[in-house]
Ligand binder design. Structure first.
Ligand SMILES: [Zn+2]
Length: 284
């Protein structure tokens, strides 16, 4: 059977927002870790240009306002921009979530001239309210859930969880999930973090991460043959030299296969919707 694999390189350009929003850090050292995201982003843009690959950048509103010139370069190079909240913080409630989503959209629209169609929840913490909010605000896809790996699927609303009975699945809705996984994310693998929550060791050898990332691609290609391979990276993490060399090695490996194409997540989600129309049958 002919292979048909889409490869999506995604970059969460969290920059400083991750440290002051996500980790509530105040030191200049913490802020400077986010500043390195600018350096990494410029390196990545250059490499993507060389490879002729268009990627998907999830950008918090705070980053778009802090680094508008870099974001303009991302847009100018033809990459897709997705919504990644505003300050990489955890919302207080559903109303706060909608406010942050709308604020992120407004900033991205202002800086990039385009409305995002994709969303990734900061810290992969998609709440029970968010699917309905994404539908309400016209999003085509989300990339924060882990219910599959290489097969997109429709998100659901109305799931109900019970401690004394089975889990009840709600109705599939017109929002495509392009699955995310921490195993194909550079942050836990590489980033050393000490926070109130404890220590994240990170700092893995790029050869070990290559084994995981290439292993998942090889499994998809050889044993499944059709699907979407999505990598989640952060310019401030993958942007270090030894890691970018690993990414280059991986892209070269992926490109040596027939029936593989690089695409933006928006393109993949729209194409998948066309070929897999939402059925009216609810649940699973
Ligand atoms: Zn993020």
């Amino acid at each position: 059977m002919a292979k048909n694999v889409a490869v999506c390189l995604s970059f969460d350009f969290d920059a400083i927002s991750l440290w002051i929003g996500g980790f509530r850090a105040t030191s200049l050292s913490a802020v400077s870790r986010g500043e390195f995201g600018r350096v990494g982003a410029l390196r990545i843009l250059e490499m993507l240009r060389e490879w002729g690959v268009r990627a998907t950048w999830f950008i918090p509103g705070h980053t778009a306002e802090t680094y508008p010139a870099v974001v303009e370069k991302v847009v100018g190079a033809g990459h897709e921009i997705g919504n990644h909240g505003y300050l990489h913080s955890r919302p207080k409630d559903a109303a706060d979530e909608e406010r942050i989503l709308v604020r992120g959209n407004e900033v991205l629209q202002r800086v990039t001239g385009k409305r995002p169609v994709g969303y990734r929840s900061p810290g992969a913490g998609l709440s029970v309210h968010m699917v309905a909010l994404l539908l309400k605000h016209g999003f085509v896809y989300d990339s924060s859930l882990m219910g599959d790996d290489f097969s997109p699927y429709y998100c659901r609303t109305g799931d109900r969880q019970h401690e004394d009975g089975r889990y009840e699945f709600g109705c599939e809705v017109d929002l495509v999930e392009l699955p995310f996984t921490w195993g194909l994310d550079d942050f836990p693998a590489f980033e050393y973090v000490t926070s109130r929550a404890g220590i994240q060791q990170g700092l893995m050898a790029p050869s070990a991460v290559y084994e995981i990332w290439a292993g998942d691609f090889d499994f998809l290609y050889r044993r499944i043959g059709e699907g979407v391979y999505t990598l989640t990276m952060h310019p401030q993490v993958i942007g270090r030299g030894h890691r970018l060399l690993m990414l280059e090695r991986l892209v070269t490996h992926i490109r040596s296969h027939d029936g593989v194409r690089f695409a933006t997540m928006g393109e993949v989600a729209c194409e998948w919707k066309r070929t897999h129309p939402l059925s009216v049958a609810a649940g699973r």
